[in-house]
Ligand binder design. Structure first.
Ligand code: UFG
Length: 325
């Protein structure tokens, strides 16, 4: 079966390509290499194409004729989205619209879409369920929510099947250490903390310690990247087997505070690095924890790495390996 992966040279996409390649799928990556790197595409070919270039995108789809598309390519940094909102609407919404149009021309029937817990904004209850209100508090979340809407409307008019996966905080790296998270300007907590532990950044900042949580810092549900990719595979199988289009939360249902994460990174790395307190970061909800019952029941998603220590270990292993290259 032929699967086209957009953003397959990036962090999550490259892990997905690895899982698909190992599973015997015929995979093709489309990536503009704005964040990703060709060396992380372990299986199949890479076509360097920007989703905003419709002609080039259409050409790739018509040529490869995928059975399904898994769509990761996107801008994903909350703080950047607050500063440059149009960059997010252009890449995340217009990129998705172009992809849907190219899929229609090529007759592709299945789409797995990478969405985010950021669509919920500040949830009214925790853990969050898929049917809870969506009300993003940053342009990143809005750009993904609009893209979700476009996919649903397009599905209604054309009959294409979709699975929208709303990720909570994705972290960690391939347990075999072949690929991991690389970012030109890292902003994510676990990535920054392991970079501090390996001496690439001098200290970690805690953005806000005055939230209404156990230690005053924000709570997030950290999910291992391979478990997340596994959920995509299950979603693909679900659609191909005739399952209904749907939206699924992907997280473990357990939250950790920023300080708990930092302390775990110190413990795992055995490095007692400097922690500085800074003011709140714009666009941050106090807590985000998933209720992923639906993914477990309908997709038969069975997470294997629900363990913060393991997530941090794999992230740290990758970081140590990557800087020593
Ligand atoms: N944080 C720090 N210091 C840092 C980095 C982050 O204190 O150096 C804090 C943030 O303020 C936040 C928490 O750690 O409270 C997590 O921040 P991340 O940047 O790691 O992740 P976000 O929660 O902002 O966003 C991520 C993804 C989104 C997704 C969201 C859902 O980027 O796609 O998780 O929880 F929507």
């Amino acid at each position: 079966m032929r699967i086209l992966v957009t953003g397959g040279a990036g962090y999550i996409g490259s892990h997905m390509v690895k899982l698909l390649g190992e599973g015997g799928y015929d995979v093709l990556t489309v990536d503009n290499l704005s964040e990703g790197s060709p060396q992380f595409v372990l299986y199949g070919a890479l076509r360097v194409v920007d989703l905003l270039n419709f002609k080039a995108l259409e050409e790739v789809l018509l040529e490869f004729k995928p059975h399904a598309v898994i769509h990761f390519a996107a801008k994903v940094k909350v703080p950047e989205s607050v500063k440059k909102p149009l960059l997010y609407y252009e890449n995340n919404l217009m990129g998705t619209v172009n992809l849907l149009q190219a899929m229609e021309r090529a007759g592709v029937k299945y789409l797995i879409f990478s969405s985010t817990a950021a669509v919920y904004g500040i949830p009214q209850r925790m853990p969050v369920k898929e049917e809870d209100p969506t009300n993003p508090i940053n342009p990143y979340g809005w750009s993904k929510l609009f893209a979700e809407r476009a996919i649903r409307d397009y599905s209604y008019s054309t009959g294409i099947k979709y699975a929208i996966l709303r990720y909570f905080n994705v972290a960690g790296a391939d347990p075999e250490g072949r690929i991991g998270q690389v970012s030109k300007e890292p902003t994510h907590l676990i990535l920054r903390a392991v970079k501090v532990a390996t001496g690439q950044i001098p200290y970690i900042e805690v953005f806000g310690a005055d939230y209404n949580t156990s230690d005053g810092t924000c709570i997030r549900d950290y999910v291992h990247v391979m478990d997340l990719c596994e959920a995509h595979l299950r979603a693909l199988e679900h659609l191909i087997a005739g399952g209904e289009s749907d939206v699924f939360n992907i997280g473990y249902g357990r939250g950790y505070t920023v300080l708990e994460v930092i302390n775990k990174v110190k413990e795992v790395s055995k490095v007692d690095f400097e922690v500085r307190y800074a003011s709140r970061r714009e666009g941050d909800p106090p807590a985000l924890v998933a209720d992923s019952t639906k993914a477990k029941e309908i997709l038969q998603w069975k997470p294997k790495y629900d363990d913060l220590e393991f997530i941090i270990k794999t992230a740290l292993n990758w970081e140590r390996k990557y800087i020593n290259r």
